[in-house]
Each structure stands twice: as C-alpha cells, then as structure tokens.
Design a protein around this ligand. Structure first.
Ligand SMILES: NC(=O)c1ccc[n+]([C@@H]2O[C@H](COP(=O)([O-])OP(=O)(O)OC[C@H]3O[C@@H](n4cnc5c(N)ncnc54)[C@H](OP(=O)(O)O)[C@@H]3O)[C@@H](O)[C@H]2O)c1
Length: 136
C-alpha cells in the first residue's frame, strides 16, 4: 500500500489475513444466499444494474429482500435486470447532488426504512484501459 504524506510517498506493508467466510473461489450466489432469509428487509443497490452490483441485486432478491436499484439510465437498467424479478428502479446519477436528492426523496416517499445500502456505483478502470488500447 502506498501512502502519500505531504510531498513524500511511503510504502507500508499490512499483513493480509483470510476473512474465513466459509466460501471459496468456486462459491456461487446461490451458495451464499442459501439459508439466508431477508424477507421484509429493504435494500438499495447503487449501480445494481451492472457487474458486481447486478449479482448483488440478484442475490438480495433471491434471499427475499425488496431491492431498489439506483441507475443512471433506466431503459438500459431495465434490459440488464430483465428476468431478475420485481426490482424497483429509480434514476440516480451520483456525479451531481440534485439527482442524489431526487433519488432520496423518491425513496423516502415509498419506503419506511432501509436495511441494506450497497454503494456499488463506481468507475471500473479496466474499461478505460480497454478504450486506450482499442483507440490509441
Ligand atoms: N468486476 C470485478 O471482477 C472486480 C474485481 C475487483 C474490483 N472491482 C471493482 O469493483 C467496482 C465495480 O466493478 P464492476 O465490474 O461491478 O463495475 P461496473 O459493471 O462498471 O459497474 C459500475 C456501476 O457503477 C455505475 N456508475 C458509474 N458512475 C456512476 C454515477 N456517476 N452515478 C451512478 N452510477 C454510476 C455504473 O452505471 P452505468 O451502467 O450507467 O455505467 C455501473 O452500474 C469497480 O470499482 C471495480 O474496479 C471489480
């Protein structure tokens, strides 16, 4: 791990320790949610239409949660989530404060509480590397 302190860059080594989750590299979403019941719970998954967020949305839904996905492009999100089940989708762009406020207002109007907030929205650097190599 590199840590920047003022103008100096130092390297610190932190010991890695297994988290002992009981799951290995072959574990599937079905293995992980097996035996877990979150009926009656509400989850928000930002960027729940894509990548790890999409799998998280599916897992929470399979385990019984009501899932609200925040997505920038609802039409695309509907296609990506097709066949997943009854997932609520609300427009959300985290790059600006106004859409975040609108998302929160929409959520608060129709939900009395929030049990899980999965902040999945992020930038995947590999997409940019791909662009760089295909369009030099
Ligand atoms: N996939 C892996 O194997 C892996 C492994 C290790 C670490 N990671 C890291 O985990 C993170 C997620 O990876 P991923 O593969 O799941 O990425 P992904 O498929 O690109 O998902 C990122 C999500 O964030 C959303 N997003 C981006 N900017 C946003 C904004 N301004 N407002 C709202 N939503 C926004 C995207 O929405 P749009 O659909 O509209 O673009 C997308 O739904 C990344 O940081 C990645 O580097 C991934």
């Amino acid at each position: 791990m590199q840590v920047e302190t003022g103008s100096q860059m130092t390297t610190e080594t932190t010991e890695q320790r297994p988290i002992v989750s009981g799951f290995g590299s072959q574990a599937t979403v079905a293995d992980i949610v097996s035996g877990i019941n979150v009926h009656g719970k509400t989850a928000v998954v930002t960027g729940g239409n894509s990548g790890i967020g999409l799998e998280t949305t599916r897992a929470l839904f399979q385990a019984g949660a009501a899932v609200v996905v925040g997505a920038r492009d609802l039409e695309r999100a509907e296609q990506q989530l097709a066949g997943t089940g009854r997932i609520e989708m609300v427009e959300l762009d985290l790059a600006e404060p106004d859409p975040v406020d609108r998302f929160a207002e929409t959520f608060l109007r129709s939900h009395s509480g929030l049990d899980f907030l999965i902040n999945h929205s992020s930038i995947n650097p590999s997409r940019y590397l791909h662009l760089r190599y295909t369009h030099p």
